[in-house]
Ligand binder design. Structure first.
Ligand code: I3S
Length: 115
């Protein structure tokens, strides 16, 4: 699964960070969520995430996902916490989009729990 989402990192190793929302191209891989920086301005027709270097990736093993009702004034926000104490908010203006992401990420976390 892949697509564009708004995202911000809110904690690193358990330490709170200042929010800074940005747009990322997000790819759900086997064990992780990988973030790619979107090109600034209109994307060249040749741009694709596979040809660019990931900005960062999040190990989903042991991670926890919740709705982020009290962590943002935005709608449709999910809150992802890793075992290492990194925390992210992911948001889409389309409720169905974020619900699909939540379901897909939970499936990966659950599968990794069973391994
Ligand atoms: O949880 P906060 O601190 O109210 O989050 C808002 C701020 O981080 C704000 O940045 P500055 O403090 O640099 O102005 C962001 O621009 C907002 O988007 C953050 O709130 P939301 O509710 O949009 O997540």
């Amino acid at each position: 699964k892949a697509g564009q989402l708004n995202r911000t990192k809110i904690a690193e190793g358990g330490r709170k960070l200042r929010k800074s929302w940005g747009v990322s191209w997000v790819v759900l891989a086997r064990n992780s969520l990988v973030f790619y920086k979107e090109p600034k301005g209109p994307a060249p027709a040749t741009w694709c995430p596979a040809s660019s270097r990931p900005e960062s990736s999040v190990d989903l093993r042991g991670a926890a996902l919740d709705w982020a009702r009290h962590l943002s004034s935005k709608k449709n926000v999910i809150h992802l916490r890793t075992v290492t104490g990194n925390e992210f908010l992911l948001q889409s203006d389309h409720e169905a989009t974020i619900q699909e992401w939540a379901r897909a990420i939970r499936e990966v976390i659950h599968r990794l729990d069973l391994e």
